[in-house]
Write a protein that binds this ligand. Structure first.
Ligand code: NAP
Length: 535
């Protein structure tokens, strides 16, 4: 697949047909089953911050075309887009085509701002309204592909076919099988800016999420956002609230730098909240998005332009990502995993580093110092302690390496014993299978660090060790931070141990990354406040 030249997006302003504009619009799909409910929903869409509403006539159970269409136009507090989607294009309408197109024409005559017609019937429809179309009404000709995202060449041909119908605006919605599919849509929207055709290019599905946010950077005419979460008209739509307040959509423009968290799963990550709030507070022109990535090497190869300036990396990609970097920080190299990638502005090379262990180890030290009431002690309270790490992945290695550096004796307990053995041998420690943990109590006052995803939302009832076995530990740390207090931490506290939550590690690693991303000091107090208010 071609690598997209995403930098072309920079300065072109979308124009054509009197549609020159400077910002991508947010459209709320209105899908209630009665006109009265639709009127209420339109009011909510305006309150949520939408710029226009898409009235999905195919969701209405019954309606009287002339009266109800007029009511909807008259009562809408926002510009209206009328869509009457037939079943053959993924909608609800299964009546005859003539009646359907007549209703759309009527909406146009009664004052709709936009009409959406499907490519298959567009030519006939546009010919039929030839001299009846009011100046203000724009015809969006749409094409939906629920299977895949075709090649750039095929998409280019599709745009040309849609334009040839006389469309005022082109709409292409495809399906993401992989996040790299979205790059082809960005190539198309960027290119269309140059040819002055307003274009809506969206990729459906969770892997297509960035198409709905970064369209504001890459020249999309509008994006769709729902009023309530889950009430989507197409898979993968975010809420208007998230578009506006999580991703700061109104601040995104051609020069905005893109950052994001690479993971799978990734939707639960709070990193976007933290970094976007941080960018806003220091006036940095950046956006930080969730990146659901299956193949990290392919992702980095595809999104290789300077627009994509840095990434956080999480489960399960921390080790694979290291191999994709041109240069790796020596500490990260010995850990064998990275959690942060910076694209160097001078030569575009990828630099990998690991900020996980700094945050976790200092939070554990602070916890122990607090209990010893010895905050003036300069030696690490970890020195000489038996430090048990559950997990041998990216976070496990970071904790084991960090604790070893502080003078702890290391034990690695992992589901896959061979991985525990390998890490223990490299670092100089002991290995256990996770199932042996309950019987492991060689001494009291040990430190326990869970670095697996056991206990993470939604499986909050799971825990890696029995409550009984927790008695031998002086301090228990859990890397999981959703929820803040996991079952492991709750039971450890009940057993008399000091507990340190994963949110401390999370804040610590994020400080460091923010400074690398922006070159500016991280707003530490803001970070803590955001994490606390979102737990
Ligand atoms: P990773 O590299 O994929 O490693 C995952 C580890 O968890 C492996 O040791 C794996 O064992 C083990 N594991 C996974 N599912 C398990 C299960 N059901 N039962 C037993 N063991 C299981 O992932 P990672 O990046 O280290 O992240 C691990 C966890 O730490 C995640 O929950 C992540 O959210 C959290 N984390 C938190 C922070 C923070 O700031 N608080 C930072 C980094 C990571 P096998 O070797 O047997 O597969």
């Amino acid at each position: 697949m071609d690598s997209p030249n995403l930098t072309v997006a920079a300065s072109a302003e979308v124009g054509g047909g009197g549609l020159r504009r400077s910002a991508t619009l947010i459209c709320a799909p209105i899908m209630a089953d009665s006109v009265a409910k639709m009127v209420v929903e339109m009011g909510r869409a305006k309150a949520a911050g939408a710029d226009l509403v898409e009235i999905r006539l195919d969701h209405l159970k019954v309606f009287d075309s002339s009266g109800d269409v007029k009511t909807l136009i008259d009562q809408s507090p926002l510009p209206t887009l009328f869509t009457y989607r037939p079943k053959w294009e993924g909608g609800q309408y299964d009546g005859d085509e003539k009646s359907r197109l007549d209703v759309l024409q009527l909406a146009m005559e009664l004052g709709a701002d936009y009409i959406d017609v499907e490519l298959q019937v567009a030519q006939e429809f546009i010919d039929s309204i030839h001299d009846k179309k009011p100046e203000k009404c724009k015809v969006i000709v749409s094409s939906h592909n629920y299977q895949e995202t075709p090649s750039v060449e095929a998409l280019g041909n599709l745009v040309a076919t849609i334009q040839a119908t006389g469309a005022d605006i082109v709409k292409i919605a495809t399906t993401a099988l992989d996040i790299t599919d979205v790059a082809r849509i960005f190539q198309i929207t960027v290119h269309s800016q140059v040819s002055n055709v307003p274009i809506i290019g969206l990729v459906m599905g969770e892997r297509g999420l960035i198409s709905r946010i970064l369209c504001a950077k890459f020249g999309g005419y509008l994006t769709f956002g729902t009023i309530d979460s889950g009430a989507v008209s197409a898979p993968g739509q975010p809420t208007i609230k998230d578009i506006l307040h999580l991703y700061n959509f109104r601040q995104i423009g051609p020069d905005t730098k893109v950052f994001g968290i690479i993971g799978k799963p990734v939707g639960h990550s709070k990193s976007p909240i933290l970094h976007n709030e941080g960018f806003k507070s220091v006036g940095f022109n950046g956006v930080y998005v969730h990146l659901l990535v299956d193949d990290v090497a392919n992702f980095l190869k595809t999104y290789s332009s300077a627009d994509f300036a840095g990434f956080s990396v999480t489960i399960p990609h921390k080790e694979a990502a290291l191999k994709c970097c041109d240069e790796v920080d020596p500490v990260a190299k010995s850990i064998g995993a990275i959690n942060c990638i910076i694209r160097r502005p001078n030569d575009g090379k990828l630099y990998g580093l690991n900020t996980d262990y700094i945050g976790a180890i200092s939070a554990i030290e602070d916890g122990l110092r607090g209990s010893l009431n010895s905050s003036h002690v300069t030696d690490s309270p970890l020195a000489g302690r038996l430090f048990v790490v559950i997990g041998a992945g990216g976070a496990g290695k970071a904790l084991a390496y960090g604790a070893k550096q502080k003078g702890s004796r290391i034990v690695i307990a992992n589901r896959t014993y061979e991985r525990a053995r390998e890490l223990a041998d490299t670092i100089g420690g002991e290995a256990l299978s996770i199932s042996d943990l309950d019987k492991f109590h060689p001494e009291d006052g040990m430190i326990l660090a869970n670095t697996t995803s056991i206990g993470m939302h939604p499986k909050v009832d799971e825990t890696p060790i029995s409550k009984h076995a927790l008695r031998s530990y002086a301090l228990v740390f859990d890397a999981v931070y959703t929820p803040k207090i996991t079952r492991l931490l709750r039971e450890a506290e009940e057993s008399g141990a000091i507990v340190v939550s994963g949110s401390e590690m999370f804040i610590g690693q994020a400080y460091e990354q923010f400074e690398r991303f922006t070159g500016l000091p991280a707003p530490k107090e803001l970070f803590r406040k955001v994490v606390e208010s979102s737990s």
